[in-house]
Design a protein around this ligand. Structure first.
Ligand code: SAM
Length: 244
């Protein structure tokens, strides 16, 4: 049987691709890409001529099964998306799940993901963190999304379309309160910019609108919850000492 390689590609700067990713993309039988035209640009930059097939969020189960059939017959296959790591707010995991069901080896070729890039330059605590992806655009699902994550005592990462940034900052403020935030825009690209401040400050800064690709890193639960957690730790420590 072949191997399914989940290959991370750049999130902007075409040089952010690993040597191993290039080697794997060059030697697999076929590359399943979210958008073949987009991936072709990356491949031609590196003079790679591996055949591409499209495999995206709306691809049928039969189409994916056919790809798994090829793996079963011994061909190696790579899956890539338009940017960053497949499966991270992107297609990929369905194919991985199908391949695993048929006992096919799956290997990651790690590389960029906007979420991790934004997190590590946010200046907010990085451990633990929660990746929330895109908030649902509207309605009850959106409300539930913000309500259910309100009390998470950890840094959260969200993706957002530029046209919705302001709305999302408003909802973060309304549901989670005014917290520290980092708005990472166009990471690794020419117009890379990171805004760090409070939600209110970010709303003011971006009030005229914004363009480009945006990841949002939001501080976790407010200080008072952390104090309670500290109290718990103290209590545990005290109990431990008393028991000795
Ligand atoms: N799989 C990708 C990854 O690993 O980062 C994410 C794909 S998701 C469809 C695209 C979203 O990722 C964008 O809308 C934006 O929120 C975020 N994103 C992608 N590239 C970015 C960049 N260069 N700077 C900031 N955010 C980015």
């Amino acid at each position: 049987k072949g191997t399914l390689f989940v290959v991370a590609t750049p999130i902007g700067n075409l040089e952010d691709i690993t040597l191993r990713a290039l080697e794997v993309l060059r030697r697999v039988a076929v590359i399943a890409a979210e958008d073949t035209r987009h991936t072709r640009k990356l491949l031609s930059r590196y003079d790679i001529h591996t055949p591409l097939v499209s495999c995206h969020a709306h691809s049928s189960a039969e189409k994916m099964e056919r790809l798994v059939d090829r793996l079963e017959r011994g061909e190696d296959l790579a899956v890539v998306t338009d940017a960053g790591t497949p499966s991270i707010s992107d297609p990929g995991w369905e194919l991985v799940a199908m391949a695993l069901e048929r006992h096919i080896r799956v290997a990651a070729i790690p590389g960029p993901s906007a979420a991790v890039a934004a997190l590590v330059i946010s200046g907010l605590p990085t451990h633990p963190f929660a990746f929330l992806g895109f908030a649902p655009p509207k309605g009850a699902r959106r409300r539930r999304f913000f309500e259910s994550y309100a009390d998470l005592p950890m840094t959260r990462i969200l993706y957002e379309a530029p046209g919705r940034l302001l709305r999302t900052l408003q909802d973060v403020l309304a549901y989670w309160g005014d917290r520290r935030v980092a708005v990472a825009r166009e990471l690794t690209k020419m117009h890379e910019e990171v805004f760090r401040g409070t939600i209110r400050e970010a709303m003011d800064y971006f009030r005229e609108g914004v363009r480009g690709e945006i990841s949002l890193v939001v501080e976790g639960a407010p200080e008072k919850d952390r104090d309670e957690a500290d109290d718990d730790l103290w209590r545990e420590e005290l109990e431990r000492l008393l028991l000795v």
